[in-house]
Design a protein around this ligand. Sequence first.
Ligand SMILES: Cc1ncc(COP(=O)(O)O)c(C=O)c1O
Length: 425
Amino acid sequence: MDASFAATAAWATAADAADPLRALRDEFLIPSHAGSDGVYLCGNSLGLQPRGVRRVLDAELQSWAENAVEGHFKGTTPWLSYQATVRDGLTEVVGALPSEVVAMNTLGVNLHLLMASFYRPTRERPAILAEAGSFPTDRYALASQVRFHGFDPAEALIELEPDEPHGTLSLAAIERALDEHGARIALVLLPGVQYRTGQAFDLKAITALAHRHGCMVGFDLAHAVGNLPLALHDADVDFAVWCHYKYLNAGPGAVGGAFVHARHARADLPRLAGWWGNDEATRFLMRPEFQPTPGAEGWQISNPPIFALAPLRASLELFQRAGMPALVAKSRRLTGYLEWLVVTQLGDLLEVVTPPEPERRGAQLSLRVRAGRERGRALFDHLVAHGIVGDWREPDVIRVAPTPLYNRYADCLAFTHAVQAWSKH
Ligand SMILES: Cc1ncc(COP(=O)(O)O)c(C=O)c1O
Protein backbone atom coordinates (compact mmCIF):
# COMPACT_ATOMS: atom_id res chain seq x y z
CA MET A 1 0.00 0.00 0.00
CA ASP A 2 1.12 3.52 -0.80
CA ALA A 3 2.32 5.50 2.22
CA SER A 4 1.57 8.79 0.41
CA PHE A 5 -2.21 8.29 0.48
CA ALA A 6 -4.33 10.50 2.75
CA ALA A 7 -8.05 10.37 3.56
CA THR A 8 -8.63 14.06 2.87
CA ALA A 9 -10.46 16.01 0.20
CA ALA A 10 -7.27 18.02 -0.41
CA TRP A 11 -5.29 14.85 -1.18
CA ALA A 12 -7.97 13.39 -3.47
CA THR A 13 -8.45 16.69 -5.33
CA ALA A 14 -4.71 17.02 -5.90
CA ALA A 15 -4.46 13.39 -7.08
CA ASP A 16 -7.30 13.96 -9.55
CA ALA A 17 -5.69 17.17 -10.82
CA ALA A 18 -2.41 15.33 -11.38
CA ASP A 19 -4.08 12.40 -13.18
CA PRO A 20 -2.83 12.34 -16.80
CA LEU A 21 -6.08 10.59 -17.87
CA ARG A 22 -8.46 13.04 -16.14
CA ALA A 23 -9.82 14.49 -19.41
CA LEU A 24 -11.35 11.12 -20.35
CA ARG A 25 -14.03 11.49 -17.70
CA ASP A 26 -15.57 14.29 -19.79
CA GLU A 27 -16.11 11.78 -22.60
CA PHE A 28 -18.72 9.94 -20.48
CA LEU A 29 -22.26 10.72 -19.37
CA ILE A 30 -22.13 10.50 -15.58
CA PRO A 31 -25.56 9.88 -13.99
CA SER A 32 -26.36 12.68 -11.59
CA HIS A 33 -27.58 12.54 -8.02
CA ALA A 34 -29.18 15.49 -6.19
CA GLY A 35 -27.98 17.93 -8.83
CA SER A 36 -24.36 16.84 -9.13
CA ASP A 37 -22.39 13.88 -10.45
CA GLY A 38 -23.22 10.62 -8.72
CA VAL A 39 -20.44 8.26 -7.65
CA TYR A 40 -20.55 5.40 -10.11
CA LEU A 41 -18.47 2.42 -8.99
CA CYS A 42 -20.31 -0.18 -11.07
CA GLY A 43 -18.40 -0.24 -14.35
CA ASN A 44 -17.69 -3.92 -13.64
CA SER A 45 -21.39 -4.53 -14.23
CA LEU A 46 -22.46 -1.94 -16.82
CA GLY A 47 -20.02 0.68 -18.07
CA LEU A 48 -21.16 4.28 -18.50
CA GLN A 49 -22.21 5.68 -21.85
CA PRO A 50 -19.42 7.34 -23.84
CA ARG A 51 -20.64 10.61 -25.34
CA GLY A 52 -19.44 9.40 -28.75
CA VAL A 53 -22.05 6.61 -28.80
CA ARG A 54 -24.82 8.90 -29.98
CA ARG A 55 -22.63 10.13 -32.85
CA VAL A 56 -21.82 6.64 -34.16
CA LEU A 57 -25.40 5.43 -33.78
CA ASP A 58 -26.73 8.52 -35.53
CA ALA A 59 -24.29 7.93 -38.38
CA GLU A 60 -25.61 4.41 -38.94
CA LEU A 61 -29.24 5.49 -38.62
CA GLN A 62 -28.48 8.13 -41.24
CA SER A 63 -26.81 5.62 -43.52
CA TRP A 64 -29.82 3.32 -43.23
CA ALA A 65 -32.15 6.24 -44.01
CA GLU A 66 -30.13 7.44 -47.00
CA ASN A 67 -28.66 4.27 -48.40
CA ALA A 68 -30.98 1.46 -47.28
CA VAL A 69 -29.51 -1.81 -48.56
CA GLU A 70 -26.65 0.07 -50.19
CA GLY A 71 -25.45 0.91 -46.68
CA HIS A 72 -23.66 -2.43 -46.78
CA PHE A 73 -21.26 -0.92 -49.32
CA LYS A 74 -21.61 2.87 -48.98
CA GLY A 75 -20.77 5.51 -46.42
CA THR A 76 -17.69 5.93 -44.23
CA THR A 77 -18.32 2.64 -42.39
CA PRO A 78 -19.97 0.18 -44.81
CA TRP A 79 -21.78 -2.54 -42.87
CA LEU A 80 -20.20 -5.33 -44.92
CA SER A 81 -16.82 -4.58 -43.35
CA TYR A 82 -18.05 -3.08 -40.07
CA GLN A 83 -16.11 -5.69 -38.11
CA ALA A 84 -12.92 -3.98 -39.29
CA THR A 85 -13.85 -0.81 -37.37
CA VAL A 86 -13.38 -2.57 -34.02
CA ARG A 87 -10.59 -4.96 -34.95
CA ASP A 88 -7.57 -2.81 -34.08
CA GLY A 89 -9.06 -1.55 -30.84
CA LEU A 90 -9.86 -5.08 -29.71
CA THR A 91 -6.43 -6.43 -30.55
CA GLU A 92 -4.90 -3.74 -28.33
CA VAL A 93 -7.27 -4.40 -25.46
CA VAL A 94 -6.83 -8.19 -25.40
CA GLY A 95 -3.27 -8.48 -26.72
CA ALA A 96 -3.99 -10.40 -29.89
CA LEU A 97 -3.23 -10.48 -33.61
CA PRO A 98 -5.90 -8.94 -35.85
CA SER A 99 -6.93 -12.37 -37.14
CA GLU A 100 -7.48 -13.66 -33.60
CA VAL A 101 -10.41 -11.44 -32.51
CA VAL A 102 -14.01 -11.02 -33.49
CA ALA A 103 -16.98 -9.12 -32.06
CA MET A 104 -20.12 -11.24 -32.40
CA ASN A 105 -23.20 -12.59 -30.59
CA THR A 106 -23.15 -12.37 -26.80
CA LEU A 107 -20.90 -13.91 -24.18
CA GLY A 108 -22.93 -17.00 -23.29
CA VAL A 109 -23.59 -17.76 -26.95
CA ASN A 110 -19.90 -17.42 -27.80
CA LEU A 111 -18.99 -19.74 -24.95
CA HIS A 112 -21.23 -22.44 -26.43
CA LEU A 113 -20.02 -21.81 -29.98
CA LEU A 114 -16.36 -22.06 -29.10
CA MET A 115 -16.91 -25.05 -26.86
CA ALA A 116 -18.49 -26.75 -29.87
CA SER A 117 -15.04 -26.55 -31.43
CA PHE A 118 -12.72 -26.76 -28.43
CA TYR A 119 -14.51 -29.20 -26.15
CA ARG A 120 -14.25 -32.51 -28.00
CA PRO A 121 -14.60 -35.10 -25.26
CA THR A 122 -13.68 -38.74 -25.77
CA ARG A 123 -14.26 -41.76 -23.54
CA GLU A 124 -10.66 -41.47 -22.29
CA ARG A 125 -10.73 -37.67 -21.98
CA PRO A 126 -14.28 -36.53 -21.21
CA ALA A 127 -13.73 -33.95 -18.47
CA ILE A 128 -13.80 -30.17 -18.05
CA LEU A 129 -11.84 -28.51 -15.25
CA ALA A 130 -13.60 -25.38 -13.94
CA GLU A 131 -14.04 -23.47 -10.69
CA ALA A 132 -16.81 -24.13 -8.20
CA GLY A 133 -18.95 -21.01 -7.86
CA SER A 134 -18.51 -19.90 -11.45
CA PHE A 135 -21.02 -17.46 -12.95
CA PRO A 136 -24.31 -19.31 -13.57
CA THR A 137 -24.07 -19.06 -17.37
CA ASP A 138 -20.70 -20.77 -17.27
CA ARG A 139 -21.94 -23.50 -14.93
CA TYR A 140 -25.02 -24.11 -17.09
CA ALA A 141 -23.02 -24.01 -20.32
CA LEU A 142 -20.40 -26.44 -19.01
CA ALA A 143 -22.89 -28.91 -17.57
CA SER A 144 -25.14 -28.76 -20.63
CA GLN A 145 -22.21 -29.27 -23.00
CA VAL A 146 -21.09 -32.30 -21.00
CA ARG A 147 -24.62 -33.74 -21.25
CA PHE A 148 -24.87 -32.77 -24.91
CA HIS A 149 -21.93 -35.07 -25.60
CA GLY A 150 -23.53 -37.92 -23.64
CA PHE A 151 -21.48 -37.62 -20.45
CA ASP A 152 -22.51 -37.03 -16.86
CA PRO A 153 -21.50 -33.73 -15.19
CA ALA A 154 -21.18 -35.58 -11.88
CA GLU A 155 -18.16 -37.35 -13.37
CA ALA A 156 -17.00 -35.14 -16.22
CA LEU A 157 -17.27 -31.68 -14.65
CA ILE A 158 -14.44 -31.19 -12.15
CA GLU A 159 -15.08 -28.05 -10.09
CA LEU A 160 -12.25 -26.64 -8.02
CA GLU A 161 -13.22 -25.42 -4.56
CA PRO A 162 -11.54 -22.23 -3.31
CA ASP A 163 -8.54 -23.09 -1.15
CA GLU A 164 -7.57 -19.62 0.12
CA PRO A 165 -9.02 -17.85 3.21
CA HIS A 166 -11.27 -15.34 1.40
CA GLY A 167 -12.66 -17.83 -1.08
CA THR A 168 -10.02 -17.40 -3.78
CA LEU A 169 -8.25 -20.14 -5.68
CA SER A 170 -4.48 -20.66 -5.76
CA LEU A 171 -2.47 -21.59 -8.82
CA ALA A 172 -1.11 -24.47 -6.75
CA ALA A 173 -4.66 -25.90 -6.42
CA ILE A 174 -5.12 -25.74 -10.20
CA GLU A 175 -1.76 -27.44 -10.68
CA ARG A 176 -2.67 -30.20 -8.21
CA ALA A 177 -5.97 -30.84 -9.98
CA LEU A 178 -4.21 -31.08 -13.32
CA ASP A 179 -1.61 -33.44 -11.89
CA GLU A 180 -4.39 -35.64 -10.53
CA HIS A 181 -6.92 -35.55 -13.38
CA GLY A 182 -4.98 -34.07 -16.35
CA ALA A 183 -5.11 -37.20 -18.50
CA ARG A 184 -8.94 -37.19 -18.27
CA ILE A 185 -9.38 -33.46 -18.95
CA ALA A 186 -10.35 -32.28 -22.43
CA LEU A 187 -10.84 -28.61 -21.54
CA VAL A 188 -9.83 -26.18 -18.79
CA LEU A 189 -12.31 -23.29 -18.55
CA LEU A 190 -11.66 -20.54 -16.02
CA PRO A 191 -12.44 -16.84 -15.61
CA GLY A 192 -9.93 -14.05 -16.19
CA VAL A 193 -11.33 -12.30 -13.10
CA GLN A 194 -13.69 -14.11 -10.73
CA TYR A 195 -16.94 -12.12 -10.65
CA ARG A 196 -17.65 -12.58 -6.93
CA THR A 197 -14.18 -12.20 -5.38
CA GLY A 198 -12.48 -10.01 -7.98
CA GLN A 199 -9.52 -12.41 -8.10
CA ALA A 200 -7.50 -12.24 -11.33
CA PHE A 201 -6.05 -15.48 -12.70
CA ASP A 202 -2.64 -15.94 -14.29
CA LEU A 203 -3.74 -16.89 -17.80
CA LYS A 204 -0.25 -17.66 -19.06
CA ALA A 205 0.69 -19.92 -16.17
CA ILE A 206 -2.64 -21.80 -16.25
CA THR A 207 -2.39 -22.26 -20.01
CA ALA A 208 1.15 -23.63 -19.78
CA LEU A 209 0.12 -26.09 -17.05
CA ALA A 210 -2.96 -27.24 -18.94
CA HIS A 211 -1.13 -27.64 -22.25
CA ARG A 212 1.49 -29.75 -20.50
CA HIS A 213 -1.33 -32.21 -19.78
CA GLY A 214 -2.69 -32.07 -23.34
CA CYS A 215 -5.83 -30.05 -22.46
CA MET A 216 -7.43 -27.24 -24.43
CA VAL A 217 -7.75 -23.96 -22.49
CA GLY A 218 -10.47 -21.33 -22.67
CA PHE A 219 -11.22 -18.27 -20.53
CA ASP A 220 -14.34 -16.28 -19.72
CA LEU A 221 -12.97 -12.73 -19.72
CA ALA A 222 -16.22 -10.90 -18.84
CA HIS A 223 -14.57 -9.14 -15.89
CA ALA A 224 -11.05 -9.02 -17.32
CA VAL A 225 -11.42 -7.35 -20.70
CA GLY A 226 -10.67 -3.63 -20.59
CA ASN A 227 -9.67 -4.15 -16.95
CA LEU A 228 -6.47 -6.22 -16.91
CA PRO A 229 -3.42 -5.97 -19.14
CA LEU A 230 -4.19 -8.98 -21.35
CA ALA A 231 -1.78 -10.70 -23.74
CA LEU A 232 -3.88 -13.57 -25.06
CA HIS A 233 -1.66 -14.41 -28.00
CA ASP A 234 1.52 -14.60 -25.93
CA ALA A 235 -0.28 -16.43 -23.12
CA ASP A 236 -1.03 -19.06 -25.78
CA VAL A 237 -4.66 -19.60 -24.70
CA ASP A 238 -6.72 -21.60 -27.19
CA PHE A 239 -9.85 -19.46 -27.02
CA ALA A 240 -11.51 -16.77 -24.92
CA VAL A 241 -14.92 -15.11 -24.80
CA TRP A 242 -16.15 -11.91 -23.19
CA CYS A 243 -18.85 -9.24 -23.17
CA HIS A 244 -18.46 -5.56 -23.99
CA TYR A 245 -21.01 -4.02 -21.63
CA LYS A 246 -18.81 -3.93 -18.52
CA TYR A 247 -15.41 -2.20 -18.69
CA LEU A 248 -15.82 -1.82 -22.47
CA ASN A 249 -18.81 0.54 -22.10
CA ALA A 250 -20.64 -0.65 -25.23
CA GLY A 251 -24.07 -0.60 -23.62
CA PRO A 252 -26.61 -3.06 -22.24
CA GLY A 253 -26.64 -6.32 -24.17
CA ALA A 254 -23.85 -5.12 -26.47
CA VAL A 255 -22.24 -7.53 -28.90
CA GLY A 256 -19.77 -9.93 -27.23
CA GLY A 257 -16.23 -10.84 -28.22
CA ALA A 258 -14.12 -13.89 -28.90
CA PHE A 259 -10.48 -14.83 -29.37
CA VAL A 260 -9.16 -17.88 -31.21
CA HIS A 261 -5.42 -18.38 -31.19
CA ALA A 262 -3.70 -18.03 -34.58
CA ARG A 263 -2.51 -21.63 -34.50
CA HIS A 264 -6.15 -22.69 -34.94
CA ALA A 265 -6.79 -20.16 -37.72
CA ARG A 266 -6.69 -22.64 -40.55
CA ALA A 267 -7.23 -25.83 -38.58
CA ASP A 268 -10.16 -27.86 -39.77
CA LEU A 269 -11.95 -27.69 -36.42
CA PRO A 270 -15.56 -28.83 -36.29
CA ARG A 271 -17.78 -25.82 -35.75
CA LEU A 272 -21.36 -24.60 -35.91
CA ALA A 273 -21.20 -22.56 -39.08
CA GLY A 274 -23.16 -19.79 -40.77
CA TRP A 275 -22.76 -17.67 -43.90
CA TRP A 276 -21.00 -14.76 -42.19
CA GLY A 277 -18.16 -17.06 -41.14
CA ASN A 278 -17.56 -17.93 -44.78
CA ASP A 279 -14.57 -16.23 -46.39
CA GLU A 280 -15.64 -12.83 -47.72
CA ALA A 281 -14.03 -13.70 -51.08
CA THR A 282 -16.63 -16.41 -51.73
CA ARG A 283 -19.44 -15.53 -49.30
CA PHE A 284 -21.71 -14.05 -51.92
CA LEU A 285 -21.21 -16.88 -54.38
CA MET A 286 -23.71 -18.65 -52.09
CA ARG A 287 -22.05 -22.02 -52.50
CA PRO A 288 -23.25 -25.02 -50.54
CA GLU A 289 -19.75 -25.76 -49.15
CA PHE A 290 -18.60 -23.71 -46.18
CA GLN A 291 -15.19 -22.12 -46.64
CA PRO A 292 -14.26 -20.55 -43.29
CA THR A 293 -12.59 -17.18 -42.99
CA PRO A 294 -9.18 -18.00 -41.50
CA GLY A 295 -9.10 -16.94 -37.85
CA ALA A 296 -11.68 -15.90 -35.30
CA GLU A 297 -14.00 -14.29 -37.86
CA GLY A 298 -14.57 -17.76 -39.28
CA TRP A 299 -16.72 -18.50 -36.21
CA GLN A 300 -19.29 -15.83 -37.08
CA ILE A 301 -22.70 -17.16 -37.96
CA SER A 302 -24.82 -14.11 -38.76
CA ASN A 303 -24.30 -10.69 -40.23
CA PRO A 304 -23.44 -8.34 -37.37
CA PRO A 305 -26.08 -6.24 -35.57
CA ILE A 306 -24.69 -2.83 -36.52
CA PHE A 307 -26.58 -0.87 -33.84
CA ALA A 308 -25.25 -3.17 -31.13
CA LEU A 309 -21.72 -3.03 -32.51
CA ALA A 310 -21.46 0.71 -33.17
CA PRO A 311 -21.18 1.78 -29.49
CA LEU A 312 -18.15 -0.47 -29.12
CA ARG A 313 -16.38 1.63 -31.75
CA ALA A 314 -16.97 4.78 -29.74
CA SER A 315 -15.67 3.16 -26.56
CA LEU A 316 -12.62 1.58 -28.19
CA GLU A 317 -11.60 5.00 -29.50
CA LEU A 318 -11.21 6.07 -25.87
CA PHE A 319 -9.21 2.96 -24.96
CA GLN A 320 -6.92 3.65 -27.90
CA ARG A 321 -6.56 7.28 -26.88
CA ALA A 322 -5.56 6.32 -23.35
CA GLY A 323 -3.61 3.13 -24.12
CA MET A 324 -3.94 0.03 -21.92
CA PRO A 325 -0.61 0.55 -20.09
CA ALA A 326 -1.66 4.02 -18.87
CA LEU A 327 -5.13 2.77 -17.92
CA VAL A 328 -3.71 -0.16 -15.98
CA ALA A 329 -1.23 2.11 -14.18
CA LYS A 330 -4.04 4.45 -13.10
CA SER A 331 -6.32 1.54 -12.24
CA ARG A 332 -3.78 0.02 -9.86
CA ARG A 333 -3.26 3.28 -8.03
CA LEU A 334 -6.97 4.14 -7.91
CA THR A 335 -8.00 0.72 -6.60
CA GLY A 336 -4.98 0.81 -4.30
CA TYR A 337 -6.30 4.06 -2.86
CA LEU A 338 -9.77 2.63 -2.33
CA GLU A 339 -8.29 -0.44 -0.67
CA TRP A 340 -6.15 1.77 1.59
CA LEU A 341 -9.24 3.79 2.55
CA VAL A 342 -11.24 0.66 3.34
CA VAL A 343 -8.47 -0.90 5.40
CA THR A 344 -7.48 2.24 7.32
CA GLN A 345 -10.86 4.02 7.66
CA LEU A 346 -13.50 1.29 7.42
CA GLY A 347 -11.68 -1.79 8.64
CA ASP A 348 -14.10 -2.47 11.49
CA LEU A 349 -17.06 -2.48 9.06
CA LEU A 350 -15.72 -4.01 5.87
CA GLU A 351 -13.28 -6.75 4.96
CA VAL A 352 -11.59 -6.80 1.55
CA VAL A 353 -12.10 -10.23 0.01
CA THR A 354 -10.19 -9.45 -3.19
CA PRO A 355 -6.49 -10.36 -3.14
CA PRO A 356 -4.20 -7.49 -2.08
CA GLU A 357 -1.53 -8.15 -4.74
CA PRO A 358 -2.12 -5.79 -7.71
CA GLU A 359 -1.31 -8.57 -10.20
CA ARG A 360 -4.03 -10.77 -8.65
CA ARG A 361 -6.90 -8.33 -9.16
CA GLY A 362 -8.22 -5.63 -11.48
CA ALA A 363 -10.29 -2.56 -10.65
CA GLN A 364 -12.89 -4.37 -8.55
CA LEU A 365 -12.82 -4.77 -4.79
CA SER A 366 -15.28 -7.15 -3.17
CA LEU A 367 -16.09 -5.96 0.34
CA ARG A 368 -17.62 -8.32 2.87
CA VAL A 369 -19.80 -6.56 5.41
CA ARG A 370 -18.64 -7.81 8.80
CA ALA A 371 -22.05 -7.27 10.42
CA GLY A 372 -23.68 -9.79 8.08
CA ARG A 373 -26.41 -9.83 5.50
CA GLU A 374 -29.13 -7.64 7.03
CA ARG A 375 -26.81 -4.80 8.06
CA GLY A 376 -24.92 -5.20 4.80
CA ARG A 377 -28.07 -4.82 2.77
CA ALA A 378 -29.00 -1.73 4.83
CA LEU A 379 -25.57 -0.24 4.10
CA PHE A 380 -25.93 -0.97 0.41
CA ASP A 381 -29.37 0.69 0.30
CA HIS A 382 -27.99 3.71 2.17
CA LEU A 383 -25.21 4.06 -0.42
CA VAL A 384 -27.63 3.88 -3.33
CA ALA A 385 -29.90 6.47 -1.65
CA HIS A 386 -26.87 8.78 -1.45
CA GLY A 387 -25.89 8.39 -5.09
CA ILE A 388 -23.09 5.84 -4.56
CA VAL A 389 -23.61 2.97 -6.99
CA GLY A 390 -21.85 -0.36 -6.52
CA ASP A 391 -23.55 -3.72 -6.59
CA TRP A 392 -24.65 -6.33 -4.11
CA ARG A 393 -23.77 -10.02 -4.20
CA GLU A 394 -25.50 -12.38 -1.80
CA PRO A 395 -25.06 -13.05 1.01
CA ASP A 396 -22.92 -10.17 2.30
CA VAL A 397 -20.67 -8.67 -0.36
CA ILE A 398 -20.67 -5.18 -1.88
CA ARG A 399 -18.66 -4.94 -5.09
CA VAL A 400 -17.14 -1.61 -6.03
CA ALA A 401 -14.96 -0.94 -9.06
CA PRO A 402 -13.34 2.44 -9.62
CA THR A 403 -12.64 2.36 -13.35
CA PRO A 404 -9.73 4.39 -14.66
CA LEU A 405 -11.55 5.84 -17.68
CA TYR A 406 -14.01 7.88 -15.65
CA ASN A 407 -13.58 7.44 -11.89
CA ARG A 408 -11.70 9.81 -9.63
CA TYR A 409 -9.83 9.54 -6.37
CA ALA A 410 -12.59 11.78 -5.01
CA ASP A 411 -15.12 9.03 -5.80
CA CYS A 412 -13.20 6.61 -3.56
CA LEU A 413 -13.22 9.17 -0.77
CA ALA A 414 -16.95 9.88 -1.24
CA PHE A 415 -17.65 6.16 -0.88
CA THR A 416 -15.64 6.11 2.35
CA HIS A 417 -17.45 9.12 3.79
CA ALA A 418 -20.84 7.64 2.92
CA VAL A 419 -20.02 4.37 4.71
CA GLN A 420 -18.75 6.32 7.75
CA ALA A 421 -21.91 8.43 7.82
CA TRP A 422 -24.08 5.29 7.76
CA SER A 423 -22.12 3.65 10.57
CA LYS A 424 -22.69 6.69 12.79
CA HIS A 425 -26.44 7.02 12.43
C1 LIG B 1 -18.52 -14.01 -15.67
C2 LIG B 1 -19.74 -13.91 -16.53
N1 LIG B 1 -19.99 -14.89 -17.41
C3 LIG B 1 -21.10 -14.84 -18.20
C4 LIG B 1 -21.98 -13.79 -18.13
C5 LIG B 1 -23.20 -13.81 -19.00
O1 LIG B 1 -23.11 -12.88 -20.02
P1 LIG B 1 -24.23 -12.74 -21.17
O2 LIG B 1 -25.55 -12.54 -20.50
O3 LIG B 1 -23.80 -11.52 -21.93
O4 LIG B 1 -24.19 -13.99 -22.00
C6 LIG B 1 -21.74 -12.74 -17.23
C7 LIG B 1 -22.67 -11.60 -17.12
O5 LIG B 1 -22.50 -10.67 -16.37
C8 LIG B 1 -20.58 -12.81 -16.41
O6 LIG B 1 -20.32 -11.85 -15.50
